[in-house]
Design a protein around this ligand. Structure first.
Ligand SMILES: Nc1ncnc2c1ncn2[C@@H]1O[C@H](COP(=O)(O)OP(=O)(O)OP(=O)(O)O)[C@@H](O)[C@H]1O
Length: 249
């Protein structure tokens, strides 16, 4: 569960460029919920995600993950719980390394115990099996450099790598913004599948209202650092896609 209680974040405090990115926001996201956040540019969506990830620290209020108070905890100290996928498909993987080596790196990064991880045949088979679940045929290309794959393929693998360990929370910051519509579709379906398979608590930020409509169990609209609308699953099912467009008109 993710809990934000009365969280405020002000950037450039006391300077002419002072901006209240989040203004006394409270929200509770239950374990296994998949929340989609929409909102105009500058409405505070990324700041909210950054507060959960720990790359931004709140000025006021509390942030809890599974009842652990992480309000002041640096991002690297909560990274074991949190997987994060960004807009740029190039940012999550090393292009010159093979797919397999990228998975080895991910395993080494997240498992504190073993540098031995990833050198045995079991690991290789495990990676192959996991990649096969994407249905993209990439399990036969695991010795190929990551840089030879398309943006959509890389983003799907980044997603898979990020949830391979014991993470509980998946943060998706416009993961399809840089992709063509077909690849974007594949990545969104992959994300949706992984969220369900691993029962992850997830937050997706998107400007794509079709994705906001089609994915997730709850939808939040932000505006000027506050939550304007918070639509639970039961009401989301009643929504029509045009209703979402009307929010922005
Ligand atoms: N590190 C920072 N330093 C100064 N101002 C910031 C910083 N991060 C965000 N802001 C400001 O805080 C406000 C909220 O930004 P945020 O990135 O959270 O919005 P957003 O809803 O994610 O926008 P977008 O849809 O454009 O990505 C904006 O006015 C932004 O310029």
């Amino acid at each position: 569960m993710i809990q934000l209680s009365n969280v405020t974040k002000v950037f450039n405090k006391g300077k002419p460029a002072e901006i209240t990115a989040l203004n006394n926001v409270s929200v509770e996201i239950k374990t296994g919920e998949f929340v989609v956040i929409v909102g105009a540019n500058g409405s505070g969506k990324s700041t909210l995600l950054n507060l959960v990830a720990g790359s931004v620290i709140a000025d006021e209020g509390k942030v809890l993950i599974d009842d652990n108070d992480v309000t002041k905890l640096a991002d690297h100290r909560r990274s074991k719980w949190i997987a994060r996928v960004f807009q740029n498909p190039l940012s999550g993987t090393a292009p010159d390394l093979s797919i397999l080596d990228n998975f080895r790196l991910a395993a080494i990064r997240t498992k504190s115990k073993g540098l031995s991880i990833g050198i045995n045949a079991g690991f290789k088979n495990d990676v192959r099996t996991k990649i096969a679940t994407l249905g993209m045929g990439l399990e036969n290309k695991i010795e190929q450099p990551m840089g030879t794959l398309s943006g959509g393929q890389r983003q799907a693998l980044t997603l898979l790598m990020s949830v391979m360990d014991d993470c509980k929370v998946l943060l998706l910051d416009e993961p399809t913004a840089a992709l063509d519509p077909r690849s974007a579709g594949v990545v969104m379906q992959t994300a949706d599948k992984l969220v369900k398979d691993f029962a992850l608590t997830s937050i997706l930020i998107t400007h794509n209202l079709k994705d906001a409509y089609n994915y997730g169990t709850r939808i939040i609209q932000m505006g000027e650092g506050q939550i304007l609308k918070d639509i639970p699953q039961s009401q989301k099912l009643q929504l029509k896609q045009n209703d979402l467009f009307d929010w922005f008109s």
